[in-house]
Ligand binder design. Structure first.
Ligand SMILES: NC(=O)c1ccc[n+]([C@@H]2O[C@H](COP(=O)([O-])OP(=O)(O)OC[C@H]3O[C@@H](n4cnc5c(N)ncnc54)[C@H](O)[C@@H]3O)[C@@H](O)[C@H]2O)c1
Length: 432
């Protein structure tokens, strides 16, 4: 569902996407709150705030035309106290070292919250993948992989798809790494195609996890999923599958959007037909069974559940006051800024935070890695059951702590993630 070429009739619709704080500022301000809550000293705070290792590489590409262009690539391993680094690879023009640092830090807390034996990492290249052919993207991916080969591996740092990358990208990473090592090493990446050791259920795992935690949050208010209306920003790997799963479970998906604009149908969108429209045209825009809507209007719709599943920073001090949803379930990483979060809390909006809500992807990535390491694959049903159990138990832990300490779900989730990381660090001790 990732767009590989820009449909010529579509123009970008991005007036809402100006953050009032960078992702790194948001991540640091969250950590500062949590460290204060836990009463950690400044030394431990600094250790938790600082990436363990950062790699910055030049990625030259010979274009199909023969011209050479250069991109900047990054891999940040934020913390490896609980196990190897784990995190996605993002291709987007706005990727820079600070964004990757923030995303790597969130991965550390996320892996702690769902109790995976991983630390957090993230990678990215400042490239707009829609501007390049598949052959060019393959060359960029292989060059980037060989540049960062010394710091990745199945026991050191394991990649997965993120915005602008997909299963095919992971197959190229896995092949480049394996060819250079001399044998096939499927566990160096997750989210790869089934043909090369991918896991059943990985493609839809993040979205399935979002729906699991939404159902758990609604249950606390005695509201069944089948009675709610849902608006989703972003119709890519996360938002697109979330729309399908919400609709399959009886929720009314009343609006969706992508970078070109959005569509709305008060009685609920016909999601399977919309998927066909997106496959044919590259965007939700122009779907005939619905009215057009902008991204700004979507965020302010009078719905029960709002799922931001595109970029970070979309719910900031200018957009958060207009949110009328009762629940915001964060599919994207960092969609709410610190100011936006405060405004939503003041207005009584319940925010199920990204580090919990979108953790289903890394949970099934973990299952994929375990399967690759044991070279024995589980059935789709086994994976779906294991995912549901892990998401429900993580939600229950977070919700119980939020109630016990009178804090938000975000702070509770972060407290759990940070505490598990700090505990591993302290238990291992400081070397030398
Ligand atoms: N893919 C995963 O498994 C996964 C897991 C956890 C978190 N996430 C996060 O979810 C978010 C989306 O990731 P994805 O994998 O679905 O990416 P994707 O590239 O598949 O899809 C991104 C979607 O966002 C839309 N979008 C881009 N710019 C936009 C804009 N300016 N306004 C409105 N919509 C815009 C795109 O049109 C597309 O529909 C990211 O924050 C990512 O880090 C992804």
């Amino acid at each position: 569902m990732t767009l590989t070429s820009t449909p010529t009739t579509l123009v970008a619709d991005a007036p809402t996407l100006t953050a009032d704080a960078s992702p790194l500022a948001t991540a640091h301000s969250q950590l500062t709150r949590v460290v204060a809550h836990l009463g950690y000293d400044e030394g431990l705070h600094q250790m938790l705030a600082t990436p363990r290792r950062e790699t910055h590489v030049a990625v030259p590409l010979r274009r199909d035309s023969g011209e050479t262009v250069l991109f900047h690539g990054f891999r940040v391993q934020h913390n490896v106290s609980r196990g190897p680094g784990k995190g996605g690879l993002r291709y987007h023009p706005s990727v820079d070292i600070d964004e990757v640092r923030a995303l790597a830090m969130w991965m550390t807390w996320k892996c702690g919250i769902v109790d995976l034996p991983y630390g957090g990492a993230k990678g990215g290249i400042g490239i707009d993948p829609r501007e390049y052919s598949a052959a060019e993207l393959e060359r960029v991916t292989r060059r980037y992989t060989s540049e960062i080969m010394p710091v990745i591996g199945p026991d050191t740092d394991i990649m997965a798809p993120d915005m602008g990358t997909d299963a095919q990208t992971m197959a190229w990473v896995m092949d480049t790494y394996s060819v250079n090592r001399g044998f096939t090493i499927p566990a160096v990446v997750t989210g790869k195609p089934l043909a090369v050791g991918g896991s059943l259920g990985r493609g839809t795992a993040t979205s399935a996890g979002i729906v699991h935690v939404t159902a758990a949050a609604l249950k606390e208010a005695d509201v069944p999923l089948s009675e709610v209306s849902v608006a989703i920003q972003g119709f890519g790997k996360v938002g697109g599958h979330a729309a399908t799963i919400f609709a399959d479970r009886g929720a009314r998906v009343v609006a969706v959007s992508d970078q070109y604009g959005g569509v709305r149908a008060a009685d609920g969108l016909d999601v399977p037909r919309l998927q066909q429209h997106v496959e044919a045209t590259g965007s939700v825009v122009g779907f005939d069974d619905a009215d057009p809507i902008t991204n700004a209007e979507l965020l302010a719709l009078d719905v029960d559940v709002l799922v931001p599943a595109a970029l970070e920073g979309v719910l900031d001090e200018s957009t958060a006051p207009a949110v009328r949803a009762r629940w915001v379930v964060e599919g994207a990483n960092g969609p709410t800024t610190a100011r936006g979060d405060q405004i939503l809390a003041d207005n009584g909006v319940i925010v199920v935070p990204d580090v919990l809500a979108n953790a289903g992807g890394v949970v099934v990535s973990y299952f994929e890695w375990v399967q690759a390491n044991q070279t024995y694959w589980w059935s789709e049903q086994e994976i779906a059951e294991k995912l549901a159990r892990r998401m429900s138990s993580a939600y229950a832990d977070v919700s119980a702590l939020a109630r016990r300490d009178g804090i938000s779900l975000r702070d509770a989730a972060l407290v759990i993630g940070v505490q598990r990381t700090a505990e591993a660090h302290e238990t291992r001790g400081l070397y030398p």
